[in-house]
Design a protein around this ligand. Structure first.
Ligand code: FES
Length: 135
C-alpha cells in the first residue's frame, strides 16, 4: 500500500468559524491508497477511494493501534494490516462484529486541494464535533 508522509502547515483559512489546514492535493494521495499527515495531534491518515472521495482518520486502529495508513482501502472502508479489522472511513467505526472507533477529521476538497479541520476533530476514539455532522 502506498503511503506518503507530509507535514502540515499552519491553519490558513477560516470559513464559517472552522479553521481549515491545507495539506496538499488529492493527486498526492494514491487511488485506493493513503498518505500520512503529521500534526500536533498525531499522525492523520488520508485515504482516497476509487471514486476520489477523501477521508481522514487517526492513523491508529481501534484494536491495537495498527497503522491504518498501511491497510487496504476497499469501497469506503479500510482493512487494518495487522489483524484484519475493517474500519469505516467516514466515521472511524469498526465494522461488526468488531467494536471500537478511531478518531476522524473533517475533510474539505476544493478543486484538487485537500484541507483538514483539525480543530474540529476529536481524536483518540472520538468523533468530530460538528463539521461533518457526526458526533
Ligand atoms: S491492530 Fe488493527 S486489527 Fe488489530
Amino acid at each position: 500500500m502506498d503511503s506518503i508522509i507530509m507535514e502540515t502547515a499552519a491553519p490558513e483559512t477560516a470559513i464559517s468559524e472552522i479553521a481549515w489546514t491545507h495539506v496538499g492535493s488529492i493527486d498526492d494521495i494514491p487511488v485506493l491508497g493513503s498518505r500520512v499527515v503529521r500534526t500536533a495531534q498525531g499522525d492523520i491518515a488520508l485515504f482516497r477511494t476509487a471514486a476520489d472521495e477523501i477521508f481522514a482518520l487517526e492513523d491508529s486502529c481501534p484494536h491495537k493501534n495498527g497503522p491504518l495508513s498501511q491497510g487496504i482501502v476497499h469501497g469506503r472502508r479500510v482493512t487494518c494490516p495487522l489483524h484484519g479489522w475493517v474500519i469505516e472511513l467516514a466515521t472511524g467505526e469498526a465494522v461488526a462484529p468488531d467494536e471500537g472507533r478511531t478518531g476522524h477529521v473533517p475533510v474539505r476538497v476544493e478543486g484538487r486541494g485537500v484541507s483538514l479541520a483539525l480543530g474540529e476533530a476529536k481524536l483518540s476514539r472520538g468523533g468530530c464535533r460538528k463539521a461533518c455532522g457526526h458526533v
